[in-house]
Design a protein around this ligand. Structure first.
Ligand code: TYM
Length: 338
């Protein structure tokens, strides 16, 4: 069992990343250790340059995201934690896989369409080939499982297609170069939505900070954002079917369920018939209570560049060792003499 996943260091860790992915990383880290497997988690700083960016902020955000992941419970003795730029094998394998990935496959990627918007011609080539780097990220380590939110499912399917085609074209059936990885998507928090609009996902790129709860927000700000979150005038239903057509209500109830680790049913049994005036403060308090230990660990670590760089250097050195045999096998399979 080898778990591999990444996150872009483009800003604060928000509830979408946390509940959709990072909380699962921490849980899988505990399970995997018991089963004798390994976990590799990385900051996708190479992916971050696919959009316009400020170099100084990228450095700062890479360290800040490292602190956030450690604060959330990533244990850097048991798991590998590093940034892509410290492991050049990611870029090397991406180039090798560019020979296998098809333009038609990349053309179907919805994230490219979303992020390039109306200005496709002006988008960077990196934004287009981004999913090939993501495939390299996981194939490099023979990942068996990749914990992600729903929005990354298509990229993971592409990684499997690339691995399959590479194995078919360049390896024998009994000695494949790459393992086909499986996406692990949380059933309850696959898609956390914006607090301002229940039909779009909570995202770092939303210009409104009120659309998301950042793990760095203080208690007052979290309570305020939940109070201001878009909702509706109806009381909460007593069963999940009653949330149909009420995306904002569904999102707030789902947040409560995920944090309290109970079902939607159980939340609605407790709050059914009550209005948001009663529900929002309860949700806000639950959130503050659960996130407070993470926020205080984050604050204690976030400015310690020496410690943070030390963590990344240690993780990267170990990751380079794990990557080496697969990278060598890929060069050899393609007939590249070195
Ligand atoms: P990124 O940085 O956008 O998000 C990191 C993780 O958080 C999940 N996520 C969400 N889950 C539920 N609801 C939301 N609103 C929400 N927003 C974000 C994402 O699904 C993701 O799991 N391309 C990736 C980073 C990446 C990667 C990889 C992931 C690079 N290489 C290899 C897995 C394996 C990205 O931009 O995620």
């Amino acid at each position: 069992m080898r778990i591999v996943s990444g996150i872009q260091p483009t800003g604060n860790l928000h509830l979408g990343n946390y509940l959709g992915a990072i909380r699962n990383w921490v849980r899988m880290q505990d399970d995997t250790a018991e089963k004798g497997g390994e976990c590799l988690f990385f900051l996708a700083d190479l992916h971050a340059i696919s959009m316009p960016h400020d170099p100084a902020s990228l450095t700062k955000n890479t360290r800040a995201m490292t602190a956030a992941l450690v604060a959330c419970g990533i244990d850097t003795d048991r798991s590998y934690l590093f940034n892509q730029a410290r492991v050049p094998a990611h870029s090397e394998l991406q180039w090798l896989l560019n020979g296998t990935a098809r333009i038609g496959w990349l053309n179907r990627m919805t994230q490219f369409k979303d992020k390039s918007g109306k200005n496709r011609e002006g988008a960077s080539a990196a934004l287009f080939t981004y999913p090939v780097l993501q495939a390299a990220d996981v194939l490099l380590y023979q990942a068996t499982h990749v914990p992600v939110g729903e929005d990354q499912k298509q990229h993971l399917e592409l990684a499997r297609d690339i691995a399959q085609k590479f194995n078919n074209d360049f390896a024998s059936e009994d000695a494949p170069v790459f393992t086909l990885p499986e996406a692990i998507i949380p059933a309850d928090a696959a898609r956390i939505m914006s607090l301002r609009d229940g039909s779009s996902k909570m995202s770092k790129s939303d210009p409104s900070d009120n659309s998301r709860i950042n793990l760095t927000d203080d208690a007052d700000l979290m309570m305020q954002k939940i109070r201001k979150a878009k909702s509706d005038a109806e009381p909460l239903p007593s069963e999940p079917a009653g949330l149909e057509g009420r995306p904002e209500a569904r999102n707030l109830v789902a947040l409560y369920a995920t944090f309290a680790d109970i079902s939607l049913d159980a939340v609605l049994q407790q709050f059914g018939g009550q209005g948001f005036g009663a529900f929002k403060p309860a949700l806000g308090e639950l959130l503050v209570e659960q996130l407070a230990p993470i926020t205080s660990r984050f604050n204690a670590l976030k400015d310690d560049d020496l410690v943070l760089d030390g963590i990344l250097n240690k993780g990267a050195a170990r990751a380079r060792d794990v990557a080496r045999p697969t990278l060598d096998a890929a060069y050899d399979a393609l007939g590249l003499c070195r």
